[in-house]
Design a protein around this ligand. Structure first.
Ligand SMILES: Cc1ncc(COP(=O)(O)O)c(C=O)c1O
Length: 388
C-alpha cells in the first residue's frame, strides 16, 4: 500500500553513511571532492548529479527540498537563504523587460516592495487585483502578462483566494501561477493539486516552527525549477547546510504541530469573536469569514494566524500590545511561542495609508500568531490585555 505523504517525509533522508546514523548527519562543507579529473569534468558537464559546491547543491539542502516536494506534491524544488530570496528568484528566473506581473493586492510587505520598487527598475510592469474581487482578475490580464502571483491566506489580512479559479485563468491565458503558501503550509493546503506551477515558502515561519533560522524554498514543475536553479546557482542565495539540516528535521513534526496551532487558533477565535472591544475578528475556518466556503474547499484547517481589529484604532492597538504579559512582541510568526503584532506600524509601514486601506490593513489591526502554549493561557493573556 502506498505510504501517506507524512510517512514518506519522515522516512525520507540522506543516504546512511558508514557510521550507520539514524538521524541525518550535518554536511557542513562548502565543496565536494572528486577522485579524478574525469569525474569532476562529468559533474561540471551535468552528466552526473554529483555534488560540486554548496551554492549549487548539498545533501542537507537536498533532503529538505525533497521533503517539501513530498509534502507539496511537487516535482522539484530549490531552497534559498530566506523566504524573500525564494520570492525574488521565482520572479527573476522568468520575468524580463517588458513582461507584466499580475498579483493580488494583499501581500507581504517586502514582496510588495520588490514588486513596486525593484521589478520596475528592470522594466517589469505589475498590476494589483483586489484579492476579494475575483471578477476583476481576468480583465487585468494583459498581452504581456507572464505570471500570476498570489498569497492565500494573505499576510496579515487572512483573505482567501480561490486557487481553482485563479489556476483556471492562468491555464486559459498560458501564464505561470506562483503561490506563496507560507501561511497555510503544505499540510493544510497544496496549491499544486489545484494547478499551481510554482509554490514559494518562507521556511522561517511554520516550517521551522521554533523561531530559529531563516530559509526559503520554491517547488513546482521540473522545467520551471531548472530555470530557478540556474538563476540561483549563479546569483547565490543558497540555503546554508546547517539551516537546511534544522529545517528538514522540523518538517518531521510539521503536521502534528500545525494541527495544534490550528486547534488553538480556532478556540481563541471562537472565544474572542464577540468581545465588546473587538470590532471584527477573522479566522479562515470561522463561518463568518468572508471566504469561509473557499477556505473549507482548499484548506485542511484554518492555520495558526488570527487577526482582529480593536475598537479605538492605533491607540487601542498599541495599548493592547503593551498590556500583554506572555505573548511576545516580535517581528516573526509561526513559532511555538504566541506572538502579537501591529502590521500598520511594522511589517506594512512602508505602504502608504491608501495602500494599507486597499489591502484591509486597518489602524487597529492586530495579528496573533497562535503558538503551542495551552490555549487557555494564550486566551487569558489576550483577555487581560483587552480588559486593562
Ligand atoms: C507570506 C510571507 N511570504 C514571504 C515572507 C518572507 O520570508 P523571510 O522573512 O523568510 O524572508 C514572509 C515573512 O514574514 C511572509 O509572511
Amino acid at each position: 500500500m502506498e505510504q501517506r505523504p507524512i510517512t514518506k517525509v519522515i522516512r525520507k533522508q540522506t543516504e546512511r553513511t558508514n557510521e550507520m546514523e539514524h538521524s541525518s548527519p550535518l554536511f557542513l562543507t562548502s565543496s565536494f571532492c572528486f577522485d579524478n579529473t574525469e569525474d569532476m569534468r562529468a559533474a561540471f558537464a551535468d552528466e552526473t548529479d554529483d555534488n560540486i559546491y554548496s551554492r549549487f547543491s548539498n545533501p542537507n539542502v537536498k533532503e529538505f527540498v525533497d521533503r517539501v516536494c513530498l509534502l507539496e506534491g511537487a516535482e522539484a524544488g530549490y531552497a534559498t537563504s530566506s523566504g524573500m530570496s525564494a520570492v525574488f528568484a521565482s520572479f527573476m528566473a522568468f520575468m524580463k523587460q517588458g513582461d507584466h506581473l499580475l498579483s493580488c493586492s494583499a501581500i507581504f510587505g517586502s514582496t510588495h516592495t520588490v514588486i513596486t520598487k525593484f521589478l520596475p527598475r528592470y522594466g517589469i510592469e505589475y498590476s494589483y487585483v483586489n484579492s476579494s474581487k475575483p471578477g476583476e482578475w481576468e480583465a487585468a490580464i494583459r498581452p504581456n502578462t507572464k505570471m500570476i502571483y498570489i498569497e492565500t491566506p494573505t499576510n496579515p489580512g487572512l483573505e482567501i483566494i480561490d486557487l481553482e479559479f485563479v489556476s483556471s485563468l492562468a491555464k486559459k491565458h498560458n501564464l505561470i501561477l506562483n503561490v506563496d503558501n507560507c501561511f497555510a503550509t503544505p499540510v493544510s493546503q497544496r496549491p499544486v493539486d489545484f494547478g499551481a506551477d510554482l509554490v514559494v515558502h518562507s521556511a522561517t515561519k511554520w516550517m521551522d516552527g521554533q523561531g530559529r533560522v531563516l530559509g526559503g524554498v520554491v517547488v513546482g514543475k521540473k522545467e520551471l525549477i531548472q530555470d530557478i536553479y540556474l538563476f540561483c546557482r549563479s546569483t547565490g542565495p543558497a540555503l546554508s547546510p546547517f539551516n537546511a539540516w534544522l529545517l528538514s528535521k522540523s518538517l518531521e513534526t510539521l503536521d502534528v504541530r500545525m494541527e495544534r496551532h490550528a486547534a488553538n487558533a480556532m478556540k481563541i477565535s471562537e472565544a474572542l469573536k464577540d468581545h465588546p472591544k473587538i470590532s471584527w475578528l477573522k479566522y479562515p475556518f470561522l463561518p463568518g469569514h468572508p471566504q469561509y466556503k473557499i477556505a473549507k474547499k482548499q484548506m485542511r484547517d484554518g492555520g495558526g494566524i488570527v487577526c482582529f481589529e480593536l475598537k479605538g484604532g492605533v491607540e487601542s492597538g498599541r495599548k493592547f500590545l503593551d498590556n500583554l504579559q506572555m505573548l511576545s512582541l516580535t517581528a516573526n510568526l509561526g513559532d511555538t511561542k504566541s506572538i502579537a503584532s501591529h502590521p500598520a506600524s511594522t511589517t506594512h509601514a512602508k505602504l502608504t495609508e491608501k495602500e494599507r486601506q486597499d489591502v484591509n490593513i486597518t489602524p487597529g489591526l492586530i495579528r496573533i500568531s497562535v503558538g503551542l502554549e495551552h490555549s487557555d493561557d494564550i486566551l487569558n493573556d489576550i483577555l487581560q490585555a483587552l480588559e486593562k
